[in-house]
Structures are given as C-alpha cells and as structure tokens.
Design a protein around this ligand. Structure first.
Ligand code: SF4
Length: 364
C-alpha cells in the first residue's frame, strides 16, 4: 500500500503522488537541502491537514509565509479598531479578527462588554447594516489581500451610489508581492523558492510575481490548495533551483490568467491607490497597502475620524519573525505555554490560517 493512501489519496492517484515525490527526492539528492516558503496560510493548513508534510523527502524545509491576512495586521492597526469600538460605533469585521489581542484586549472582549461589534462574511453586508442603522456610524474593517480588497472596493462603490453617509472603511488591506520582494531580497533568509497563493494570483495576475523568477533568481510557482497541486508545485520549484531555469508556472485546476482578473483590477484601481503599509513585525513595506482614493475620502475611516498610525510596544509575540520565515512556531518561547489557541498572545495562534495555530493543531 502506498504511503499516500494513508493520507487519503485514492489508489488510482497514489502512483502519481509517488512519482512526484520520487522526482522531488531526485532533485534533493542533487541539491541536498532546499528551503521553500508556502506564502499562504491556507497552504500551511492544507499541507498539515492532508498529511503531506510528513511524507516530503528529507532535506526539504518548508517555511510559512506572510499570507495570513489577520496575522500580518499590525498590532497598532488592531488598537485603532479597538478604539473605534469603544466609541459606540458599529464595527463590522471578518470573524478571524475578533479574538486577535491588541494592547487592551480584543474586539471579542469589547463585544462582551457591550461594544457593537458584528461579524460579517462579506464586505457588502456593510451596506445593509449601515442602511438599517442610519443613526450610527458603521465602520467596516477592510482586512486581507487582493482576494478580499475587491469586495471592499465594490462596497464603497455601492455606498457612493446609494449615498450613504454613515459607512466608512478602516482600510488595512495589503498586497502580497511587495512583501515577497522584501523576503526574497534578504540573503539571510536563504529561501530558494515560493509557493504562491493561487487564489491571489487569479485576482492580481501571475505577472505581478514575475520579478521573483526574472529579476531575483528565485523559484516560484502558484498552486491551488489540493495536495496534488501543492506537490506538483514543489517538484517544479525543485526543478527550477536544480536546473537554474526559473519560470513561473501555475498548478491549479482552474485557469490562472497571467494578467489577473481585469474587472477586479479595474475596480481596485478606481477605489484605491497603493500606499506604504505596516506589517506585523516586518515594519513598513513601501507600496504594500491600499489607501482609499480621494474620490472616496468620505468613506475612509482614517480621514473621517482623523485617525493616525499607533505605535505600540511588542508584547513578546514573535509573529513577525514567524511570518518572515525567521522562526518556526515552536522556536517562539511563548508557543504552547503562554500562547495556545485558548490563550493566544499573537494573531498567528488565533487565525484559522495562522501558522502557530496550524502547528499547534496538527503537529503535536
Ligand atoms: S506562538 Fe504565539 S506569541 Fe509566539 S509567534 Fe506564535 S502567535 Fe506569536
């Protein structure tokens, strides 16, 4: 019986998995050690959950990257959200943000104390909620990458059409390529290649990542979240490093257009301008965020309420180093002791896509 059968791979597919693993092992025999980063938190969880991690050949090191939207949100940004919640505004957020601790508790704790914090599954729900509460200021926390930013853009577009005056967005959206440029350019990290999030590349386009293979000489491949897609991407990364021919390919069942989704890109450029953004533990990365354009300024919570960045002291959490691939979660001294899924100190332990949470759930 194939080892892959033990992780639920059908016998008809197991020989394909075996062949890919053998190919990977061949490349590793030539190179001895390779370090790849799976950029997206969903990949991290898929690799653990499927059991794939335990079946990878020796010498292959996988690091988790900065692709969990909640995890990269800076603590100062969370503190701004907490301050807004204390003003009796209606705060709308995706669920993963609820339990992330800021300097003075979490949104969930404030909700328990009576703050008007509500979970939404889509940004567009903000319209309905703002219409239902005309007497209240409603603030949507715009968190996430190129995958969620278009929904925020649509919402602001609709809010303008409807003529809403009580809805705004605290725009914390970030873009993945700029962060990868920082990581790929850091020789100390010794990352040989990147598994790119397939869902992000569908929106933003493969071309936005071509600098990795063309300018920086790093291996890169986009992958879906199925184990076979991830394994195929790993083989390609190993091939690129071993042969020295770097070319960005995609391993997804769905089509992955080079130029991304033109409708989403147009919408993003109509509503947002690029701006510098602070990533948790990684500092300010130039051009890595979205700022609401001046045409939509009345929907920008930063403008509307005169908010400015808050700098807060580190609480001992080393999420920034985990997200940069400098540390694995167990190397954080708080992991599994002061910081557990029930007592999270940092977002990487809270988020469903967080690296520390995934290690804690699947690697014990
Ligand atoms: S174990 Fe907790 S404190 Fe340490 S890096 Fe992870 S989330 Fe942050």
């Amino acid at each position: 019986m194939s080892e892959f059968s033990s992780i639920g791979v059908e016998s008809a597919a197991a020989h394909r998995f075996e062949a890919m693993r053998e190919k990977l092992a061949d490349f590793l025999r030539e190179r001895r050690n390779l370090t790849f980063m799976e950029v997206c938190g969903t990949h991290t969880v898929a690799i653990f959950r499927s059991g794939l991690r335990s079946l990878l050949p020796e010498g292959l090191r996988l690091l988790s990257g900065p692709g969990c939207p909640v995890c990269v949100t800076d603590q100062g940004e969370i503190d701004i959200a907490l301050n807004l919640a204390k003003k009796d505004y209606v705060i709308l957020t995706y669920g993963d943000m609820l339990r992330v601790p800021g300097s003075s508790g979490s949104l969930l704790e404030l909700k328990g104390q009576g703050a008007r914090v509500e979970v939404v599954v889509s940004a567009i729900q903000s319209i309905e909620i703002a219409l239902a509460h005309p007497e209240s200021e409603v603030v949507f926390l715009g968190v996430g990458f190129e995958t969620t930013a278009p929904a925020t853009a649509v919402t602001l577009n609709q809010a303008r059409q409807v003529g809403l005056t009580n809805l705004s967005v605290l725009c914390l959206h970030k873009t993945v390529p700029s962060a990868l440029r920082v990581l790929a350019s850091n020789p100390a990290l010794k990352i040989d290649g990147f598994i790119l999030p397939g869902n992000v590349t569908v929106v933003a386009g493969m071309d936005d990542y071509a600098f990795l293979t063309e300018a920086l000489g790093k291996a890169a491949a986009a992958a879906g979240f199925e184990p076979e897609e991830i394994l195929a991407a790993l083989v390609d990364l190993a091939r690129q490093v071993t042969t020295g021919h770097f070319r960005l390919n995609a391993y997804r069942k769905q089509e992955t257009p080079r130029g991304g989704n033109p409708v989403a890109r147009k919408l993003l450029s109509e509503v947002f301008d690029p701006c510098d953004s602070r990533w948790r533990g990684m500092g300010v990365i130039p051009g890595s965020g979205y700022r609401v354009r001046k045409e939509y300024a009345r929907f920008d919570a930063t403008e509307k309420f005169g908010l400015s960045p808050v700098s807060v002291p580190n609480n001992g959490c080393r999420c920034g180093e985990v997200l940069s691939g400098v540390l694995t979660p167990p190397e954080c001294e708080l992991y599994g002791t002061a910081c557990t899924p029930l007592t999270p100190v940092g977002p990487c332990m809270v988020s469903s896509e967080g690296t520390c949470g995934a290690w804690h759930r699947f690697n014990r």
